[in-house]
Design a protein around this ligand. Structure first.
Ligand SMILES: Nc1ncnc2c1ncn2[C@@H]1O[C@H](COP(=O)(O)OP(=O)(O)OP(=O)(O)O)[C@@H](O)[C@H]1O
Length: 224
C-alpha cells in the first residue's frame, strides 16, 4: 500500500546566533489514509515545524519525509511545489480567505490556479461546501459575512477541493469558542474518513482531542 504520510527520524534545526536550535529531534510519524492524528504540546515545542516539514515547506536537516508515496528528500523545489499542490491540503489557524470572493469562489480560485475548467468545477465546489455545512445562501457570501466557524469550514473545504492525500491542520479552533471548536473538530474527523486523508492536526488545546484516532505529544522537539 502507498504510504500517505511518513516522517522517519526527522531532525530540523533553525540558526540561532552562532548555535542551532533543534525544533524537531528525530521525529518519526506514519499516518494512514483515513486516520486523524492529533499532536498536542506547549507553545514552542515544535508543532508548527512538524507541519511545515510534512507539507514540504521546510526540508529537514536529516531524516526522510514521504508524501503520497513519494520520497521528498532530494526533490527539486519545483517538484516539491507540484507535489504539495496536488496531494497536500493545508488548513491554517486563520482562515486566510480572500476578502473579495464568495465562499464558492474561494474553492474555484484554487481550481483556476490548478488550470482546471472552472465551469465544470463549480458543481463540485457547491457540493463540497454543502457537505461541510454551508447552505446555498451562505455559499454566496464573502468572508466578512460569515462567522468564524463558517469561515473555518470554507477553509477546510478549500483544502479538500483538490483531493489531497494528506491534510495538515494548524490550530483550527483557536479563534473559536469551545462549542464551535468542538464542531469543527467533529467535521475534521468526518472529512478524514470520507475523503480518506492522512490528517495531522496540531493544537495546544487538549480539551478537543476526543475526535482524534491517535493523540501524540510534542515536547522540546520530541514526539511521544
Ligand atoms: N524561522 C525560525 N527561526 C528560528 N527559530 C524558529 C523559527 N521558527 C520556529 N523557531 C523556534 O523553533 C521552536 C519550535 O517552534 P514551533 O513554531 O514549531 O513551535 P509550536 O509548538 O508550533 O509553537 P506554538 O504553539 O507557539 O505555535 C521554538 O523554539 C521556536 O522559537
Amino acid at each position: 500500500m502507498t504510504t500517505a504520510l511518513s516522517l522517519e527520524s526527522v531532525t530540523l534545526t533553525y540558526p540561532d546566533g552562532d548555535r542551532a536550535l533543534t525544533a524537531l529531534d528525530e521525529v518519526s510519524l506514519t499516518v494512514a489514509p483515513g486516520e486523524l492524528v492529533a499532536v498536542a504540546g506547549p507553545s514552542g515545542s515544535g508543532k508548527s515545524s512538524l507541519l511545515a516539514v510534512a507539507a514540504t515547506l521546510l526540508s529537514p536537516d536529516a531524516g526522510r519525509v514521504v508524501v503520497a508515496g513519494r520520497e521528498t528528500t532530494g526533490m527539486s523545489g519545483r517538484d516539491r511545489t507540484a507535489l504539495r499542490r496536488e496531494r497536500v491540503g493545508i488548513v491554517f489557524q486563520q482562515a486566510n480567505l480572500l476578502p473579495s470572493l464568495t465562499a464558492a469562489e474561494q474553492l474555484l480560485a484554487v481550481a483556476h490556479l490548478r488550470g482546471a475548467n472552472v465551469r465544470e468545477e463549480r458543481a463540485r465546489a457547491e457540493e463540497l461546501l454543502e457537505s461541510v455545512g454551508l447552505d446555498a445562501a451562505k455559499r454566496r457570501r464573502r468572508p466578512h459575512q460569515l462567522s468564524g466557524g463558517e469561515r473555518q469550514r470554507v477553509n477546510i473545504a478549500r483544502a479538500l477541493f483538490g483531493g489531497p492525500s494528506v491534510l495538515l491542520v494548524d490550530e483550527p479552533t483557536s479563534a473559536l469558542d469551545h462549542e464551535r471548536g468542538e464542531r469543527v473538530m467533529a467535521l475534521l474527523a468526518e472529512v478524514t474518513r470520507t475523503h480518506r486523508t492522512a490528517t495531522v492536526l496540531v493544537t495546544h488545546d487538549r480539551g478537543l482531542l476526543g475526535h482524534a484516532d491517535r493523540v501524540l505529544t510534542m515536547r522540546d522537539g520530541r514526539l511521544s
